[in-house]
Ligand binder design. Structure first.
Ligand SMILES: CC(C)(COP(=O)(O)OP(=O)(O)OC[C@H]1O[C@@H](n2cnc3c(N)ncnc32)[C@H](O)[C@@H]1OP(=O)(O)O)[C@@H](O)C(=O)NCCC(=O)NCCS
Length: 155
């Protein structure tokens, strides 16, 4: 599935929020199996108005779109390099979307003067980040029933 990476536009906030929530519910099921109300907190953080604010605030927010401008994936990070989300449409999984988003994010943050990328990764995505050169940056953290692994990569 060919795709292009572009800066996210607030007009896509509804679609990105829907994609992110599907990514959490369908791809991270093993991560939130024991989270209980923690899952609601996770999903609430991905509400459309919050995504819209993320797109318009300082930092980098990129999306991968196909030829029909359907959004296949999205990544957001602060100017300091802290990754807030990296989500892919379940149908577009394992097609290189997240790898391409992460590469482009690294370039954009490098241009902004960031020295590293930092992510708090659920178990599902941990191997993905480690295979991209991320290394443990501290002990795992428990947040609202979720186990998150702080991982860091120098730019
Ligand atoms: C893990 C995840 C982020 C990867 O996104 P993706 O767009 O599917 O990944 P890509 O296609 O870009 O990268 C593929 C990697 O997945 C793995 N992969 C590829 N095909 C696979 C398959 N059929 N089965 C299992 N793993 C596969 C490989 O490790 C590959 O890396 P490699 O090329 O070095 O072998 C995504 O699938 C996911 O689960 N997201 C859930 C949300 C999340 O946890 N986000 C991160 C924290 S915010």
């Amino acid at each position: 599935m060919p795709f292009t990476i572009v800066s996210a536009d607030p007009a896509y906030a509804v679609e990105i929020a829907r994609l992110s929530r599907r990514s959490v519910e369908e791809l991270c099921a093993a991560d939130h199996a024991g989270a209980g109300p923690g899952l609601d907190a996770w999903l609430n953080a991905l509400a459309t108005d919050r995504i819209e604010r993320w797109i318009t605030r300082p930092g980098v927010f990129l999306m991968a779109v196909d030829e029909t401008t359907q959004v296949l994936g999205a990544v957001a990070a602060t100017t300091m390099g802290e990754i807030a989300l990296l989500h892919v449409l379940p149908e577009a999984r394992f097609q290189g979307v997240s790898k391409a988003l992460l590469r482009q994010l690294g370039r954009a943050l490098d241009d902004l003067g960031a020295s590293h990328l930092l992510v708090r990764s659920p178990e599902t995505a941990r191997r993905f980040f480690e295979a991209r050169g991320f290394e443990p940056a501290g002990p795992a953290e428990e947040r609202e029933g979720l186990r998150l692994h702080p991982l860091r990569k120098a730019l």
